[in-house]
Design a binder for this molecule. Sequence first.
Ligand SMILES: Cc1ncc(COP(=O)(O)O)c(C=O)c1O
Length: 361
Amino acid sequence: MGYSIRQEVLNIEKYVAGKPISEVKRELGLEEVIKLASNENPLGCSPKVKEVLKNALEETALYPDSSNYELKNAIAKDLGVKADQVFCGAGSDSLIKVLCSALLNAGEESIMAEVTFPRYEANTKLMGAKAVKVPLKDNGLDIEAMVDAITEKTKIIWFCNPNNPTGNMFTGKEFEKVLSRIPDSVIIVMDEAYIEYVTDSDFPNSLELLKNHPNMIVLRTFSKAYGLAALRCGYGIAHEDLVQYLNRVINPFDVNLYAQKAAIAALEDKDFLKLVHETNKEQKEYLYKEFDKLGLNYVKTNANFIMVGLNRDDKPIFDELLRKGIIIRPGFLLGMPGWLRITIGTEKQNKKLIEALKDIL
Ligand SMILES: Cc1ncc(COP(=O)(O)O)c(C=O)c1O
């Protein structure tokens, strides 16, 4: 070929997403397929969101508000921060890329767990920076070791809390112990995509920590508990001085018009969010009990998915579940072979999963 591709692109791999339901139906000739693979919300989204979306169709020919004025204000009000501390993007995926583009010079380093959300690594490498991966401890983030890994080349440290794919979390106390050892020159990213599911009251209060740490960024999303994954809307909160630089990098119309309107409506429906939280908590306990009966090992979760240990190759189990119309995420794709990451579904979906596992195992 006559053209060349940047070496940084050659160094990364394409992201393998959870299989879509339509693909499994088509390939396996199945009529009923459930997806417990991408930590989506099995309860869907708030009915208020659906109402807003119907009306928004009329505005399809218009560009969305590039400043996300109303959405930022709604988020700021909800969280008790200033609107100019908020930035929005097409999913936190988009914002992870923005952070890397705005912050990482070639040759710098970003620190992450060995097994965590893979987009930190890909976007770090895309900038020609080095992804420093720190092994997990007890299947969770080893935040002490992550901070020990800081060098003068470190620019970003990524804390995914609760961690995807392991689902467990570190506490506020544990975090405060390491926080003072992180220099101001390092940007601390708290990726809290699953915060709405957390049941442990010792979860760090990162919005409080932001007040004294202008080098901290909190990332959140409407894709999980709010059930808006298809619309692509994520947001971050940080010191306004840092946010104004990030805003230079975010694509002008990254958050589409439907997503902006839907996210505002979603924030207003606290009853739906409560239902989501409670259902997840209840179904998590059901799955723990059933996994115990099956003699399966699992990591206690504070998110809407559970990492289940099989003590055997996960690929054949993944394939068997697919044939039974259940899509989950095999551990071999996530850096944890021998494990399955299973999104907590509705009662009906979870029962179907357990029946299938009983059959297979
Ligand atoms: C930890 C974490 N961060 C970020 C994301 C990206 O979410 P979205 O781009 O849908 O906001 C995900 C999605 O799975 C995730 O698990």
